[in-house]
Design a protein around this ligand. Structure first.
Ligand SMILES: Nc1nc2c(ncn2[C@@H]2O[C@H](COP(=O)(O)OP(=O)(O)OP(=O)(O)O)[C@@H](O)[C@H]2O)c(=O)[nH]1
Ligand SMILES: [Mg+2]
Length: 615
């Protein structure tokens, strides 16, 4: 047995459960969701509870080694050992979704041609059994010449058997590694391959007797071109209602606690720079953003439920046709959808889009999807300016406004994509997605997912947002106002001067110098716009800030500020990931300029139009 760790790779169709197995075997917490194309990069981790040392690689899903998209290419390159300085994995663990045997076996047969050691993990064995499917795994294993282990990755079932199979391989492993493998020529026609697979299934699988009828009925409703669309809109609207309605009590609690903390510190310390720093810099800055945590949790709760239920792939099919109308396809749906959480993973997920030109356009419009960092800015301004009243009896006007802002992003993305695709020839890549089965979202996944998202947010608050709050406090406190000052102290500070400098550029949209200041730290993290406003208006607490804005802004300005945030690429991380994924400086420059241009235009038009309408 060799001392070097043995390298295992998980290979399989999208959505068959590779990452779930990976997480089980390595104890990692990689993202799992019930739609294809979740994993777009490989991920490696050490496997515990084995007698030999072992590394496991999780790969993006693929249907074939003859690949079409970038994420599939990642998988192929690793399997064949084409990555520079990396030998092919010692063992391929082929993961097959038992309820989708034909498609899974097709890849397994292709992989077998490579002549590498393989273990077959027949995953989702629970769903197969529930459907009444019986598989003679021993017979099948003999016929295809590799050990088969039945697994249920959402529980622990089969993981021990999988480890045993890995031990068995390790005991016979010579330690010899092959160099890269050549891509084999197709040795047989597709037809004959399918015939072989059919024969295997005939011989070893007892097919389910009854189809799952309630799932079919549900599909007919949610994928209906008209009713399905209404269902989608209703779901979205309900989410935004909940963001406002459910979060309020907890937000008041957090707001109140930070207010009390600020007061305690203010009375405990003598007046001076330290007190000012702690109360107005630190506590107000961090508290001002932290207060939005409940809304973010509620938003992600719904996203996670939708992800795990299997509904999202249906939505991708539903939107395939309208998206084709603007030159995108259902393929771009999932990446764009991920951008509602954050544009960074969304842009990375465009690797699943096979057409490179479509992919570029999807990258360009992804940030127009409203990411969760915009939520605090939106809800702060909405709460300050939009009355909390019901329309049509049951819609809350604030929730409705939020919905409209999200829709504005989506419609603009469609328009931008249409324009960018106007001159391009379009290749027709048919949308070949497997519809995953519907599933009641697992509470375990939900809790893990929410914990993860809460962590991400808290880490942001504790690092970048904290740092920016401190810098902003310093900029707005120094230099101090002269003794004979007649205006508020901040107007004499660096921040005040900078704001004044920017003001002429932003005056066509009605922004005052305070609003201009808040735009700068928001470039690094949008949420900071909120605490920056609190700093420049010298008020602490979400409620107090709301009334300060309400008193000084006027509705047209507030709407223009919202419009700015719908479009502006106010996030350096996004610009960096565009640079990395497009690998093109000119594309990145275009991306930044066109979005700032749009933001400027939208804010000016909104301001002028609203001023005119509201007299
Ligand atoms: N019922 C059942 N569901 C499973 C099982 N294994 C995974 N799942 C679910 O299947 C879905 C896909 O799981 P993932 O682990 O993300 O699949 P993947 O193969 O990594 O998918 P991609 O990264 O998109 O290629 C998730 O909703 C899992 O909860 C299983 O054994 N039984
Ligand atoms: Mg995965």
């Amino acid at each position: 047995m060799s001392a070097q760790p043995i390298r295992y790779a998980l290979v399989g169709n999208p959505n068959c459960g590779k990452t779930s197995i990976f997480n089980r075997l390595t104890g990692a917490r990689a993202k799992v969701a019930n739609y294809p194309g979740v994993t777009v990069e490989r991920r490696t981790g050490p496997v515990g509870e084995l007698e030999h040392s072992a590394h496991l690689v999780d790969l993006p899903g693929t249907y074939s080694l003859h690949v079409s998209s970038l994420d599939e290419k990642v998988a192929r390159d690793i399997i064949l050992g084409c990555m520079p300085g990396e030998a092919p994995p010692d063992v391929l663990i082929a993961v097959v979704d038992a309820t989708n045997l034909r498609l899974g076996l097709r890849l397994v047969m292709e992989l077998a041609e490579l002549g590498r050691p393989m273990i077959l993990a027949l995953n989702q064995a629970d769903s197969a059994a529930k459907q009444g499917m019986k598989i003679d795994t021993e017979g099948l294993a003999q016929a295809i010449g590799m050990p088969i282990v039945e697994t249920v990755a959402i529980r622990r079932n089969g993981m021990q058997a999988l480890r045993t199979a890995m031990e068995q391989f390790a005991n016979n492993f010579s330690g010899e590694r092959s160099a890269s493998i050549d891509m084999p020529e197709r040795s047989e026609s597709i037809e004959s391959l399918y015939q072989r697979i059919e024969a295997l299934i005939q011989q070893f699988v007892e097919a389910p007797t009854a189809r799952n009828t309630w799932q079919d009925t549900l599909d007919r409703v949610v994928m209906h071109p008209v009713i399905g669309f209404a269902v989608l809109m209703a779901i979205l609207l309900m989410i935004f209602q909940a963001v406002f309605a459910w979060a309020a009590p907890v937000m008041d609690l957090i707001d109140g606690s930070f207010g009390a903390l600020g007061e305690t510190v203010a009375t405990a310390l003598p007046q001076g720079i330290l007190q000012d720093f702690l109360v107005n810099g630190l506590i107000a800055g961090v508290g001002g953003v932290l207060v939005f945590l409940p809304q973010i949790i509620i938003l992600f709760f719904f996203i996670l439920v939708l992800e795990d239920s299997g509904y999202l792939t249906r939505a991708a099919f539903l939107l395939d046709r309208p998206m084709r109308g603007v030159g995108l396809s259902g393929r771009s749906f999932i990446p764009l959808l991920s951008s509602f959480a954050c544009a960074v993973p969304g842009i990375m997920a465009t690797r699943t889009v096979p057409d490179p030109r479509e992919r570029l356009v999807a990258i360009m419009v992804a940030p127009l999807m409203t990411c969760s960092a915009r939520l605090p800015v939106y809800t702060l301004i909405i709460a300050a300016f939009i009355p909390e009243q019901n329309v049509f009896g049951f819609f809350n006007l604030q929730g409705l406004t939020l919905f409209v802002l999200y829709i504005a992003g989506i419609v603009s993305a469609a328009a931008a994509a249409w324009l960018m695709r106007l001159k391009q020839t379009r290749d027709e890549f048919p949308l070949l997605l497997e519809l995953p089965s519907y599933r009641i979202p697992s509470l375990y996944h939900l809790l893990i997912g929410l914990r993860e998202r809460t962590w991400v947010f808290l880490r942001r608050v504790g690092t970048i947002i904290l740092a920016l709050s401190i810098v902003l406090w310093a900029l707005s406190s120094f230099p101090a106002a002269p003794l004979d000052a007649t205006r508020p102290a901040i107007e004499y500070s660096f921040a005040g001067q900078l704001g004044r400098l920017m003001e002429p550029l932003f005056s066509p949209m009605g922004f005052n110098w305070q609003m201009c200041i808040a735009l700068i730290p928001a470039l690094a993290a949008r949420e900071v716009a909120v605490s920056a406003l609190a700093t420049v208006y010298a008020v602490g607490g979400e409620a107090a800030l709301g009334s300060a804005l309400g008193a000084s802004w006027g509705l047209p300005v507030a709407l223009a500020y919202l419009a700015w945030f719908v479009y502006a690429p106010q996030c350096l991380a996004t610009i960096a990931v565009v640079r990395r994924e497009t690998n093109s400086r000119s594309a990145t420059t275009f991306f930044t300029l066109y979005l700032f241009g749009l933001a400027y235009l939208a804010a000016v038009i909104t301001y002028q139009l609203a001023s005119w309408l509201l007299g």
